[in-house]
Structure formats: structure tokens, C-alpha cells
Design a protein around this ligand. Structure first.
Ligand SMILES: [Zn+2]
Length: 284
């Protein structure tokens, strides 16, 4: 568990599992030559010596304004997954026990935010009980973007539709979902900003407290190399041009605000800052 302080708001990153993905398969511009040019800071922290992007799958726990907020719920246990997701089929991790030990257990979390509705961001929305998928956090409001909910509820995408069925539809059916527009305030310190491109309604989470600002990226980026090279889209970006535009404006914004960037998929140390000196650089 990694911990950060944003003003008066503690944030903890709780990792579920790591997913190494061959860099150029996932981000075609991340060729061996491109990685070599940035190897001093990329390897082995963010790209392993075999050339895989190190994708951490983790939940961010935010305690703000008396609220216990979980941002993104990873893959989940016991899900049926196939194809490229075979390695996550029937997963059994102790993520929920570790969340509970931090005070973010099923009875304590009052807000779950899904930055988007992809399979690795919704898994622990539900858990299996007597053969049925039931909400893991029955006292929580599950906050999702209305645009993404509309998009993924009508999608037959073989990678993400099964996750919608077992990890999103049950919380919708339980009446726990708030479908919101970007700009939605979760609490006085925590709000959502629109960062579409990866998915149509993708949001990132802004935390502002006592003069400090941080952002939880969601999948606006999968590696900090996409912040120093915002033109590098992943094959998972539904609209790569829009994703690039949003990475650029996000970079300008976090530099201007001096904000901490907490990368949803960045392995430890997970958070850092962008600086311009004169080229844009990432500092852990
Ligand atoms: Zn993801």
C-alpha cells in the first residue's frame, strides 16, 4: 500500500495485480528505440527489461470530507474472463481484505467512482454470493459517467461486455448507480473532470485540499511516458485523437497547477509531477 497526502486528504493506492504488456503491442509508438531514448527513467520502473509496460491494477482509496471513496475497483475475484483476459479468469486475491484493513471495507465505503467502465476498473463493484453477483459495497453510491454508462450498456465488445454484465449491471439493478456528467462534485474536495478519448465518457478525479491539488488519471494514460509524449496513444484508446488532445491539455493543466499526478496504472511509486524545463519531464 502506497500512501499520499493531498492537503488534508489521505490517498492510498492498493494494488491487486500487475499486468505486463509488450510495449509496442499496446502503445505502438513505444518502439525499442523510443524506450531506449527514455530508458534512464523508464526502465525498469515503468517498462521492464523485457520491454513490457508494467501496468499496475490498483484501487485508490480517498478519505475526504468525511467520505470514504474508492476510485476504480480492479478486476475482482472469481470472474469468468477469456481471450486476452484469460489470466484474470477466476482470480482470487486478498484485495478486499486489504481494503477492509484500511477502513475501506464493504460496510464503510460510501462512494465508488469508476473512471470508466472497462473490465479492470469495475471488477470489485460486485462479488459472488450464493451464485449471484451482488454489490460489494451495499452502502455506497456508485458514481459513473452517464456517457460511458450509455455507451457500454449497448456494447457487445468481447473484452468489456462480460464485465458490464457481472460487475456493472448488478449495481444498476440494485439502484446504487449515480450516472453523472463531468464536472460532478463528489464532495467539497473531490470532483470529476472530463478526459474522454480512451472511452467516450472517461473521467479523471481531481482532489483539492489546503492549497494542494492532485489528479487520479484513470486510463487517460497507462504509463508516465504518455505524459511526456502525449501523442502516444494505446490501442485501447477508442478515439486516439481525442485522447491525445486530452493528454496535452491535462499536461498543461497539471504543470500550471503544480499538481501531483497519481497514475491509476502506474506501478510504485505511482505518483509524480510533470515539469517543463524546457521539455516536459516526469519526476517520481
Ligand atoms: Zn485500465
Amino acid at each position: 500500500v502506497l500512501r499520499f497526502e493531498v492537503g488534508d486528504v489521505p490517498v492510498a493506492a492498493v494494488a491487486e495485480i500487475e499486468w505486463p504488456i509488450p510495449a509496442a503491442l499496446f502503445v505502438p509508438d513505444m518502439t525499442p528505440e523510443a524506450i531506449a531514448a527514455d530508458a534512464a527513467w523508464l526502465v525498469p520502473r515503468y517498462v521492464d527489461p523485457e520491454g513490457n509496460i508494467r501496468i499496475a491494477i490498483q484501487a485508490l482509496c480517498v478519505e475526504a470530507d468525511g467520505r470514504r471513496i474508492v476510485v476504480d475497483t480492479c478486476m475482482g475475484n472469481g470472474k469468468r474472463r477469456g481471450g486476452l483476459l484469460e489470466r484474470f479468469a477466476g482470480l482470487q486475491t486478498d484485495l478486499l481484505d486489504r481494503l477492509t484493513a484500511l477502513g475501506f471495507g464493504p460496510g464503510e465505503v460510501d462512494t465508488v467512482v469508476c473512471t470508466h467502465l472497462h473490465v479492470d476498473h469495475v471488477g470489485w463493484n460486485t462479488r459472488l454470493e450464493a451464485g449471484r453477483w451482488v454489490p460489494t459495497f451495499p452502502r455506497a453510491r456508485y458514481v459513473v459517467s452517464a456517457r460511458d454508462l450509455e455507451h457500454w450498456s449497448a456494447s457487445a465488445d468481447p473484452m468489456h461486455a462480460p464485465a458490464f454484465a457481472d460487475s456493472v449491471q448488478p449495481v444498476v439493478d440494485a439502484g446504487l448507480v449515480d450516472a453523472v456528467d463531468p464536472g460532478h462534485d463528489i464532495s467539497p474536495s473531490v470532483s470529476l473532470i472530463a478526459t474522454p478519448g480512451h472511452t467516450p465518457g472517461h473521467v479523471s478525479v481531481r482532489i483539492a485540499s489546503s492549497g494542494e491539488v492532485a489528479y487520479v488519471t484513470g486510463d487517460l494514460v497507462h504509463t508516465p511516458a504518455q505524459l511526456t509524449h502525449p501523442e502516444w496513444s494505446s490501442v485501447a484508446d477508442g478515439d486516439p485523437v481525442l485522447a491525445q488532445e486530452n493528454r496535452r491539455s491535462f499536461g498543461d493543466r497539471v504543470i500550471a497547477e503544480g499538481a501531483l499526478v497519481i497514475g491509476t496504472h502506474f506501478p510504485a511509486p505511482t505518483a509524480g509531477r510533470l515539469v517543463r524545463d524546457p521539455a516536459v519531464r516526469w519526476i517520481d
